[in-house]
Design a protein around this ligand. Sequence first.
Ligand code: PRX
Length: 682
Amino acid sequence: APNAPNAHGDGTPPSATVPPLPDLPAPHLRDLPFTGGTIDALLREERVFRPLPQVVAGAVVNPQDVTRARARAAADPDGYWEEAAEELEWFRRWDAVHDGSNAPFHRWFTGARCNIVHNALDRHIETGTKNRLALIWEGESGDTRSFTYYQLYREVNRLANALRGLGVGKGDRVIIYMPPLPETVFAMLAAAKIGAVHSTVFGGFSARSLRDRMEDARPAVIVTVDGFYRNGRVIPLKPIADEAVATLPPDLAAGVRHMVVVHRAHMETPMTEGRDIWYHDAVRGQHHEALTEIMDSTDPLFLLYTSGTTGKPKGHVHAHGGYMVGVHRTMRWVFDVKPTDIFWCTAEPGWITGHSYVVYGPLMAGTTTVLYEGHPLYPEPGRVWSMVERLGVTILYTAPTLVRMLMRHGAQHVARHDLTTLRLLATVGEPISPEAWLWFHRHVGRGRCPVLDTWWQTETGMIMLSPLPVSLLKPGSVTRPLPGIEADVVDEHGKPVGPGHGGLLVLQRPWPAMSCGVYNDDESYRRLYWERFPGWYCTGDVARRDEDGYFWIQGRADDVLLIAGHRIGTAEMEAALASHPSVAECAVIGVPDALRGEVAKAFVVLVDDHPPLGTMVNADDLATELVEHVRRELGPVAVIREVTFREGLPRNRSGKIMRRVLRSEELGRDTGDLSTLEDGYV
Ligand code: PRX
C-alpha cells in the first residue's frame, strides 16, 4: 500500500500480530516550496488521505453540506449561526444573533432565554432518547456505573434540589474539585440547572492552585471527594480542599458555606461541623424533579481557569446561549454523531475539552458519553484498547500526548484487541506529528477511520479548525476553519503571509462559544487577545497555510526558536525528531548561541524497547544520528546543538509539554510554580 507508514512513518517495529491493512487511496505527491516567511516552514509532509467511499456514504454531514455551509456562513454569518441555534430549544427567541457593540466583549443571542441543561437533559425526557444510555463510567479498578438519560436526569435533579437547599442560587459560584466520577458530571449539570456558575478545578491541582482559583471565583459551595484511584493508588482530595480553604482570607473562607463530599474511596475523612456534608446525605430524600432556571442567553454558565503557566490564573467566562450553540454544532458536524455511537473523549470533565465534548456536547447530541476515572496505562498499556473493545466505542477523541505514550509501548497492545467498532479518531491539545498521526491511523484505525486533528482553546469554547470525516486529510494538519470560522496567518503587522509561510494564527470573526471575557479582569482579556490586531482575536499560536489553504500549527508563539535569523516553530523540529524510530517523545527549546543567536536543544524520551538509559553504550552516537536526522528532514537551518535523553518530559496536567520549565532549568533560572506539573516529574 503506497500510504503504509515506512521507517519514516512508524515508530514501532513491525509485528506479526498486526492484521494486513486494507488498500488505501494513493498519495498525492507534491513538493512544498521551501520558503523563508515570518516563521520558516521546514516540514515537508506530502501524504494525503482521501475520505474512503464508505465514510462519505454514511456521513450525516456530506461534502455538499459542507460546501453549502461555507458559502452560507461567508455570505451571512449571523444567518448561519441562527440556523444552528434553531436546532436547539429556547424559552424565548433572541432579538439579535450577535451584538458586538461592546467588543471585544461579544454577546450572542441577546434577549434570548435558555438553559443549556434543558438541551442536554430535560428535552430528551420527552423523546425516545429518554431510555438511551447517556453515561458509561468506568473506575480504575474496573467497577462500572451507567446511566440512561432518565437516570441521569433524576440524579441531576436531586442534586440540584440539594444545592438549592444549601442556599445556592442563580449566579453563585460552585467549585467542583473532583476526579472523573459520575458525580462530577452531576455537579456540573446540577449547578447549571439552577443558574449557578460552575468552576471545575482539576483533581490533581495542589491546595495552592485551588486556593488561587477560589480567591478569584469566591465560591459559595465546593463539591469534592474523599479520595480517588489513580495508577493503583488512592489519592485523598478532601484534605487538600480543607487546606485550600484554610489558607483563604477569613472573609472568603467564611463565604464557602458548604463542602459537599462524595464518598468514593472509603477513607477516614474529617468533616467540619455545619459546613461539610456527605453527598449521599445531601441528596437523600430529594425529589427527582427540579425546576430548570430560566437564564438569559448571556448569563454565565461556567468559569474555567486556563492552565496559564505564569501569573494569576485567568477565569474565562462562558455563557449559556452562545456556548450551547457552538458546542452543539461542532459536536454534530465534526463527530458526525449517529444514534448508534458510543463516544469516548478521554479528557477529564474538568478541562475545556471535557466540558464541551465529554459533558455538554455529547449530551446535547443525545449520544452515549464514556468517562474513565483512572490512568490510561493502568494496569497495563492495553487499558484504553480494552475499554474501546468492551464498550464498543465508535468515536475516540484524545490527545497527541496519549497517542505517543501508547505508541511508545508498541502496537502489539493494540493488535490484541478487536477495535472494529471504531469509526472515527480525533485529537486535540497539541500538534500531532505526522508520525503519531500515521500510527494512530494505521494501528488503531486500521486504515479505515479518519483521524481528525482539531484545533481550539479554552477561550474558544468549541472546535475551530478541524477536518470533518468527509475531508481530505494530511497527517499533521488541522486542515481548515470550520464553516462560520474565519482564520488567517499574518505577520507582526497583521499582513497575511500567504501560502507556505508561517506567522501568527488569528481569528477574524467572532463565534458563538467564544469566551465572554476574563472573570474580574476585563483589561487582561483585552490586552492578551485583542490588542495586537484590533478587531481580530490573536490566538498566541503560530501556524502556516499551504497552497491548498490547509493550516499547520507550528506551536505557541512564545516557544518559537530564532536560529541564525530564521524563526522556527517547535512543532516542526519535534515532528522531525519524532519521525526517528528510536524517539518516543521529545521537546525542543532554544538556547543562546554566540554565533547563531540561538540554537536548539532537544530532550528525548526513547521508545520502550530501547536499552535503558544508564546501560546505553552508544548514547553519543544516537544523539549524533538524531541531529543528522533532523538536519536531513528539515534542512541546514534546523541546528540542534545538544540532545539529552530522559525518562520523561515535564507536562502540565492536561498533557502539554512545558517548554518553559525546560528552558528555565537549562538557563539555571527559577522554574516558577511547578504545582501544575503532572506527577512523576523530577
Ligand atoms: O497551542 C494550542 C494547543 O493548545 C492550546 C489551547 O490549550 P487549552 O486552552 O488548554 O485547550 C486545549 C484543548 C482545547 C492552543 O492554543 N492546541 C490545541 N489543539 C491543538 C493545539 N495545537 C496544535 N494542534 C491542535 N490540534
